[in-house]
Design a protein. Structure first.
Length: 179
């Protein structure tokens, strides 16, 4: 059985990498699950893989599940994409998009074909360095300190006082409106 060792890199943190070993019998869905587990990502979030050329230009897309509206497209579902079917280059490259809203991605490259170890359970992360990226870039506004000038309160009197009563809305009671 053939083993593929992939190095996973992130352009947000130069000190981060993970090396994964997968066998020729694994699918991209297996790889997806290994990445999700290793990086403690929320598995309910959407993700996809792309094969790439040596300049990291996206080629074939692999998605989590088939979309009915997209039956004509050339996308392939991850759980049917065996690694042996698309790992065709000695240094094959992939992109793993894990935050589709912000288009955040991991860069993956085949770096070795180690010997199969029958005592090892595949897929497995065999080497790691650095902190994993956060899965989502949602800003955590709870970390903003009061008085830092970064907070904003819609109910702040100073904000309300800046509104021109002639141009803005101003009312004492909802019953003041003719509905």
């Amino acid at each position: 059985m053939r083993v593929f060792r992939f190095r996973v890199l992130c352009d947000e943190n130069d000190e981060f990498y993970r090396d994964f070993d997968l066998t020729s019998e694994h699918t991209l869905f297996d790889f997806h699950q290994a990445i999700q587990k290793e990086l403690s990502f929320d598995p309910s979030q959407m993700a996809c893989f792309f094969t790439c050329n040596q300049e990291w230009e996206k080629e074939q897309e692999f998605i989590l599940f088939e979309v009915e509206d997209d039956l004509e497209s050339s996308t392939i579902v991850m759980d049917v994409a065996l690694l042996t079917e698309f790992i065709t280059e000695p240094r094959q490259r992939l992109i793993y998009v894990y935050d589709q809203i912000e288009d955040r991605q991991l860069f993956i490259e085949l770096i070795d074909n180690p010997e199969y170890n029958s005592k090892r359970k595949y897929p497995v992360c065999v080497d790691r360095e650095g902190d994993a990226p956060e899965q989502n870039m949602d800003e955590d506004f709870s970390q903003i300190e009061e008085g830092s000038g970064k907070e904003f309160n819609y109910y702040d009197d100073e904000y309300l006082n800046e509104m021109d009563p002639e141009e803005g809305f101003s009312f004492e009671n909802i019953d003041d409106y003719d509905l």
